[in-house]
Design a protein around this ligand. Structure first.
Ligand SMILES: [Zn+2]
Ligand SMILES: [Zn+2]
Ligand SMILES: [Zn+2]
Length: 345
């Protein structure tokens, strides 16, 4: 057996809990919901502090007891609960109640996870047009002077690892983060500071419990091994590499991070791509001059093809009404001829 070092499981006997209280936060304008799962508004916001992320708890045996314990710890109206098939979701009213609830859950070694509060994440930007040889320290200090405190700088590399005039910068979260986009000259260069493009919408997979939608930094569920599926952290696995893997999620013979796993596929399906914001209404006066959208153009085509089919069907009806009496006339003439022919000797 390995020596349990570096294990990420929070237990009563472990010195450093993985989920810690939220401290030193200032941004209060962001939504607490990180997961896209469920938004619950607490009955009333008691403490006027920044929003906190929801907490997902498993294996609650007695909700009534849990509710009254939590209420005695946090005071009234400090959280709102919602039950899903798999979790009890607790939405704290703010940072204070989040901290109280999390420390209670840590003390009782509850199986729970939460999400990284958005106001803790660094703000990421891309700086364009700066010469690739610019020193990180120069960029950092010049941004610092403008009130943006740099956490990390990375120069982007192109083909053949050639440095590009493109820097990825992480700045510490602050209410004034967005002001960084207004910076035009930096180090005597006319820069463009943009938000980086979002890569994908895939849900994160927790390296502790292997479930989707959260990361191990905010997970206090029982560890599941990515290789053998047993209840230990992957670092502690003693599985023979030659023996087949077992998935912690579906029990299939693959590792739990296998992209072909049916649970992975279902988890990715759940993600709804953010719907594009509806276009602003075009004023009536501009309507005719505005360029046609694809939908509009095809709609007009559809209606013109509808028009043609109406003409065609009218033509066929008219044609029928002309041809039918002619055929009737012709057949009666033929009948008359036949009868005359049969009468004649
Ligand atoms: Zn987890
Ligand atoms: Zn294992
Ligand atoms: Zn699987």
């Amino acid at each position: 057996m390995s020596t349990n070092k570096n294990t990420h499981k929070i237990g009563a006997n472990l010195p450093s809990p993985r989920i810690t209280s939220i401290r030193n936060l200032s941004n209060s304008s962001l939504s607490p919901n990180q997961n896209g799962d469920s938004t619950i508004s607490p009955h009333a916001v008691q403490d006027n502090d920044p929003p906190a992320p929801p907490i997902y708890i498993k294996n609650i045996a007695n909700y009534s007891a849990f509710d009254s314990t939590l209420t005695s710890i946090t005071g009234p109206n400090a959280f709102a609960c919602k039950s899903s098939a798999s979790h009890l979701i607790v939405q704290p009213s703010g940072r204070n109640s989040f901290n109280k609830i999390v420390s209670h859950l840590n003390e009782t070694d509850a199986s729970f996870h939460s999400c990284s509060p958005r106001f803790r994440r660094p703000y990421r930007v891309v700086i364009r047009n700066l010469h690739p040889s610019t020193l990180d320290t120069d960029i950092s200090s010049s941004l610092d002077e403008l009130g943006h405190h740099v956490k990390h700088i990375y120069n982007a590399k192109g083909k053949n690892k050639r440095p590009l005039p493109l820097f990825f910068v992480e700045i510490y979260s602050d209410e004034k983060n967005e002001d960084i986009h207004n910076i035009k000259p930096l180090l005597n260069t006319k820069v463009v500071i943009e938000k980086p493009h979002k890569k994908s919408y895939s849900r994160p997979q927790c390296h502790n419990c292997q479930e989707f939608g959260h990361t191990q930094n905010y997970c206090n569920h029982a560890s599941r091994c990515v290789k053998c599926g047993a209840e230990h952290h992957t670092d502690e696995c003693i599985k023979n590499p030659k023996s087949p893997a077992k998935c912690a999620l579906c029990s299939g013979d693959h590792t739990a991070n296998f992209r072909g796993c049916p649970v992975f596929k279902r988890a990715q399906k759940k993600i709804k791509r953010p719907s594009k914001s509806l276009p602003a209404k075009v004023p009536v006066s501009n309507h005719l001059s505005s360029p046609k959208s694809y939908a509009k153009a095809t709609r007009i085509q559809d209606s013109s093809s509808d028009h043609i089919s109406v003409i065609l069907s009218n033509f066929i009806t008219n044609f029928n009404s002309l041809i039918t009496p002619l055929i009737t006339l012709l057949s009666s003439v033929l009948n008359a001829l036949i009868s005359i022919a049969s009468l004649s000797p």
